[in-house]
Design a protein around this ligand. Structure first.
Ligand code: DQA
Length: 144
């Protein structure tokens, strides 16, 4: 059983990028942590990152086509702008969990709107790298 973990723009710089907001853990370290936890939970992790909006749309379609159990989606700033990603989340039956390291709701007003949240089965935000683990555990427990 595979869980897609899709990461959007600027998340390739995690660990270097505004560490006071996003922490010092890199995306590779998060991938390794999720793979370890996935092994314990019986879930295979397919972790990806892109800076391109349309690539995320293609990967959401692929999650459905491949029969993924769920998608953990950190769409970065596209969260707050992308109707195309909202539509893609709605176009697939694969459950999508919205993930953020920071808590956008406590940041600038332009981060308060989430298009992903309008289609997500659940949102996990504000726990740093742990947000991903919590989201994976929600899949494993059958909550999502
Ligand atoms: C983010 C929050 C977004 O507002 C921001 O644009 C990001 C990262 C997070 O994980 O906290 O790129 O998705």
């Amino acid at each position: 059983t595979t869980v897609f973990v899709l990461n959007g723009p600027n998340l390739n710089l995690l660990g270097l990028r505004e560490p006071e907001i996003y922490g010092s853990t890199t995306l590779d370290e998060i991938a390794a942590m999720l793979e370890d936890r996935g092994l314990e939970l019986g879930l295979t992790i397919d972790m990806r990152q892109t800076n391109h909006e349309g690539m995320l749309v293609d990967w959401l379609h692929e999650a459905q086509a491949e029969g993924a159990r769920a998608v953990l989606l950190n769409a970065g700033a596209y969260t707050h702008t992308s109707i195309a990603l909202l539509d893609a989340c709605r176009a697939i039956t694969t459950p999508v969990i919205e993930v953020h390291l920071s808590d956008p709701k406590t940041r600038e007003p332009f981060r308060h709107q989430s298009y992903i949240g309008m289609a997500a089965a659940r949102t996990v935000e504000g726990h740093g790298a742990d947000s991903y683990r919590i989201a994976l555990e929600a899949v494993a427990s059958g909550e999502v």
